[in-house]
Design a protein around this ligand. Structure first.
Ligand code: FAD
Ligand code: 2HG
Ligand code: ZN
Length: 515
């Protein structure tokens, strides 16, 4: 077992839980007078402000009608905001921010609200700033493939837009029909195409950002090369709405491949998942565009979710499954490569069985097996999610370890002994060393949280992993940053936060580098 950085990290960090975050008394409460100030700078206050408060030219709603803004996708984090503002332009947003700054009002930026760490919903009564009304494509250059758009554009819509010109978005994820590009950039989302197209730190060319004091940072460049000073936009990529609100994104989009194919293999072990990965890289080389895995537990749960046209494509169940996608320019050539790979792996007994898509509809059917995993878990009960990265060879060990851990703690539900934990499964982006552990529970219960944290973070630290691979820290992991970053780095993050947001108004209580 590797024990690293012990010199920097305390043996056990105090991880604050969601339930115990007190409201910061420095923040002012939202009043009708404040909403009237907002209304004064908005072109259409009636459609731009939703509030449970009465007394002005906005839309008054019941507190329950704000639930979609106050609650996250998992139904785990619930705030009590009385006000949602949906500005229609960068200038409107800048004025709203200025008013909040002058009045010490705390804010939470919100995109599609598909985040999985509680970062996009209020903790207490912060004003929700939704980017939903800023959803225009500003320009697309079909020569360079550069897209410039508002931050509130939905990822899937952007993919369709650039698709008309033969391009695609460099990222893809199961939440594409709801998440915003601004939210993707703010979380530095990884997703299913990361293996091929890399991080948003590489593909984002420029950002327009409104700072907490209302200043607008015009950094929406479209240049691929620009070495004039610090690359400030990088600070906002993955900043989770804590130092500025992204209003515009300029992004390089790759050509849509002419031929895409997908195969799913049933394999006997996680070791075989790794061997298959090595062979796939060798065999498919530059046409490999995704290498994902789901375990047997996940495959079984996915079969119970009819909503995505999922079906069981194997005659028998297997311990693990891998999904391989190729994207190239010649269908016959790529299909032959995948077929050859499958034959070789079957012959050598590395995989048990395999299915190759024969047409586009089968490509979707196979992808559905992997993409529907998050919602399939969500349908089973309340889900604890841990999104982590580590050396690939250790990935599945953690899933097995956690099952055993809950069993020993008397929490795992088994025949003859009912328990709160109904299932523990794993899936993820093997190609990126990114595991998603999903723990299904009857309810969110402190006993599960206590048995999990900090135990799981210590395990991850000891294998030199990261406690957040792609979802961010949000509220869920606000205090867990110390398991993956040393104190000096966290201190510099805090200084950067204070520089942009000296009053700490933007997305408070989240991302411990910022609190
Ligand atoms: P929100 O949830 O609204 O916000 C997320 C964070 O960004 C919050 O901290 C919020 O304050 C901040 N934020 C949002 N918009 C802005 C803005 N304009 N300016 C500044 N800050 C902002 N993530 C992955 O990385 N890979 C995946 O494969 C993946 N798959 C998913 C599949 C499903 C079914 C679901 C529900 C989620 C998945 N996610 C995945 C998690 C999530 O991070 C992404 O869905 C997405 O990047 C969040 O975008 P959003 O617009 O919904 O942001
Ligand atoms: C995915 O890869 C997402 O499907 C979601 O990142 C992971 O729900 C999860 O745990
Ligand atoms: Zn993921």
């Amino acid at each position: 077992m590797l024990l690293i950085r012990r010199a920097f990290l305390p043996a056990r960090l105090a991880v604050r839980t969601y339930a115990t975050v007190p409201r910061d008394p420095r923040f002012a409460q939202v009043t009708p007078a404040l909403l009237n100030q907002f209304a004064g700078v908005l072109s259409s206050p009636k459609s731009s402000i939703l509030s449970s408060l009465t007394g002005g030219p906005w839309t008054t709603v019941e507190a329950d009608d704000l639930a979609t803004f106050n609650e996250d996708w998992m139904g785990k984090y619930k705030g009590k905001s009385t006000c949602v503002v949906r500005p229609k332009s960068t200038e409107e947003l800048a004025q709203i921010m200025r008013i909040c700054y002058d009045n010490d009002v705390a804010i939470v930026p919100q995109g599609g609200n598909t985040g999985l760490v509680g970062g996009g919903v209020p903790v207490h009564d912060e004003v929700v700033i939704s980017l939903a009304s800023m959803n225009r494509v500003r320009s697309f250059d079909a020569t360079s493939g550069t897209l410039v758009c508002d931050a509130g554009c939905i990822l899937e819509n952007l993919d369709a837009h650039v698709g008309q010109h033969g391009y695609m978005m460099p990222l893809d994820l199961g939440a594409k029909g709801t998440c915003h590009i601004g939210g993707n950039v703010a979380t530095n989302a990884g997703g299913l195409r990361f293996l091929r197209y890399g991080s948003l730190h590489g593909s984002v060319l420029g950002l327009e950002v409104v700072l907490p004091n209302g200043e607008i940072l015009h950094n929406l460049g479209t240049l691929r090369k620009d070495n004039t000073g610090f690359d400030l936009k990088q600070l906002f990529i993955g900043s989770e709405g804590t130092i500025g609100i992204i209003t515009g994104v300029s992004i390089a989009t790759p050509r849509r491949p002419l031929a895409t194919n997908v195969a799913v293999f049933g394999v006997p072990s996680f070791e075989a998942v790794q061997t298959t990965f090595q062979r796939t890289k060798k065999h498919c080389a530059e046409i490999l565009s995704a290498y994902e895995f789901i375990d047997g537990e996940t495959y079984g749960l996915v079969q119970t979710n009819p909503s995505r046209g999922v079906r069981d494509v194997f005659a028998e169940r297997h311990p693990m499954y891998v999904l391989i996608e190729t994207s190239g320019s010649c269908k016959a050539h790529d299909d032959e490569k995948l077929q050859g790979l499958l034959e070789e792996l079957l012959e050598e007994g590395i995989v048990n069985d395999g299915v190759l898509a024969q047409d586009e509809s089968q490509v979707h059917t196979l992808w559905a097996l992997r993409e529907s995993a998050p919602e399939s878990y969500a349908r089973q009960g309340k889900v604890y999610k841990y999104d982590i990265s580590m050396p690939i060879e250790r990935m599945y060990e953690l899933v097995e370890h956690m099952r055993e851990h809950y069993d020993k703690a008397g929490l795992l539900d088994k025949p003859g002994r009912p328990g709160l934990v109904k299932a523990v499964g794993g899936y993820g982006h093997v190609g990126d060393g990114n595991l998603h552990i999903n723990i299904v529970a009857e309810r969110y219960d402190p006993s599960i949280e206590e048995a999990t944290v900090p135990h799981i973070y210590e395990w991850i630290r000891d294998v030199r992993g990261s406690v957040s691979a792609e979802h961010g820290l949000g509220l869920a992991k606000a205090n867990a940053i110390g398991y993956s970053k040393e104190p000096l780095m966290v201190e510099y993050m805090q200084r950067i936060k204070s520089l942009f947001d000296p009053k700490g108004l933007l997305n408070p209580y989240k991302v411990s580098g910022s609190v």
